[in-house]
Design a binder for this molecule. Structure first.
Ligand code: CUA
Length: 306
């Protein structure tokens, strides 16, 4: 049980301002619940073990009035006021950066909007500068998903036809894990993403590099000939598909398949060959029936996309 108290995906080990507020709210409520639980158990023991005389009807009514009505109303009112007080804190902040995230079955389309208006598309990995407020706008193209990075903030649903806004204030460098927190289909549990909080200078350098076209060292022939470019985009090539994740800088990402596997050549090969088996319900078919040479060439090409 204690394993949930820390690590890259723990709301109890906050690395952002919103998550810290949520964690404090949790501890305050837990302490309050513990005190009330002890009182209830104490009253039950007192009534069953030590209080041998029946109490008068007036006494009983008084207990119901104070312990059953006034006390819970006061406690809930105080907790409600405390919870409402947190809300403006969680909403304010002029963003230094806007990131648009769209939930898809079962991956994340992530578009960074730089202050100069340039849009940079990526997928399945979120990078953020430490100490700066980032506005995340959330949408969905198919069903309801929910965007949740427990270490940074509370969760917020991604609803088709509607844009929800979340402000993140990451305060600690590190790599965290975000997940989809709303059942969205067969591979709901396979819809996650790494979140990397970086120094602002490193983040700017990284974003500029992401804005560039892919630096290609391997041949894209097999990738294009087998139709991969119909669904995936690799900026600077004939691959301009928008159905699946943008692969322009795939080799730089930490994970494959939206947080499923480490991004290694063996895993890239497995994922391309056995997509439907590894991720049921995904829109990409498996390409395991391709000739070995084509599969090798595609995997080598994917590994060269930096
Ligand atoms: Cu997307 Cu669950």
């Amino acid at each position: 049980m204690l394993g949930a108290c820390s690590g890259p995906q723990s709301a109890l080990d906050p690395a952002g301002r919103e998550a810290a507020e949520v964690a404090t709210l949790f501890w305050v409520m837990l302490a309050g619940a513990a005190v009330i639980w002890l009182q209830v158990i104490g009253a039950a023991l007192f009534g069953s073990r030590w209080q041998k005389q029946p109490i008068s009807e007036r006494g009983g009514l008084r207990i119901i009035l104070w312990a059953g009505a006034i006390f819970p109303t006061l406690v809930l009112a105080v907790l409600l006021a405390y919870g409402l007080r947190l809300m403006p804190v969680l909403r304010t902040g002029e963003p230094a950066l806007t990131v648009h995230v769209s939930g898809e079955q079962y991956w994340w389309r992530i578009t960074y909007r730089r202050p100069d208006g340039a849009m940079i598309e990526s997928a399945n990995e979120l990078r953020l500068p430490v100490g700066l407020p980032v506005e995340v706008t959330l949408e969905s193209v198919d069903v309801i998903h929910s965007f949740w990075i427990p270490a940074l903030a509370g969760k917020l649903d991604m609803i088709p036809g509607r844009t929800n806004r979340l402000v993140l204030n990451p305060e600690r460098l590190g790599t965290y894990r975000g997940v989809c927190a709303e059942f969205c289909g067969r591979s709901h549990a396979l819809m996650a993403f790494p979140v990397v909080v970086m120094e602002p200078a490193d983040f700017s350098a990284w974003l500029s590099q992401q804005a560039a076209r892919a630096a290609r060292t391997a041949d894209d022939g097999a990738f294009l000939a087998n139709g991969c470019g119909g669904c995936h985009a690799v900026r600077g090539t004939e691959a301009t598909g928008t159905i699946g994740p943008d692969l322009t800088h795939l080799a730089d990402r930490l994970s494959l398949g939206a947080g499923m596997f480490e991004n290694t050549p063996e895993n890239r090969r497995r994922f391309v060959a056995e997509t439907e088996r590894l991720k049921p319900g995904v829109r990409m078919p498996s390409f395991g029936s391709l000739p070995e040479g084509d599969l090798d060439a595609i995997v080598a090409y994917l590994g060269s996309l930096r």
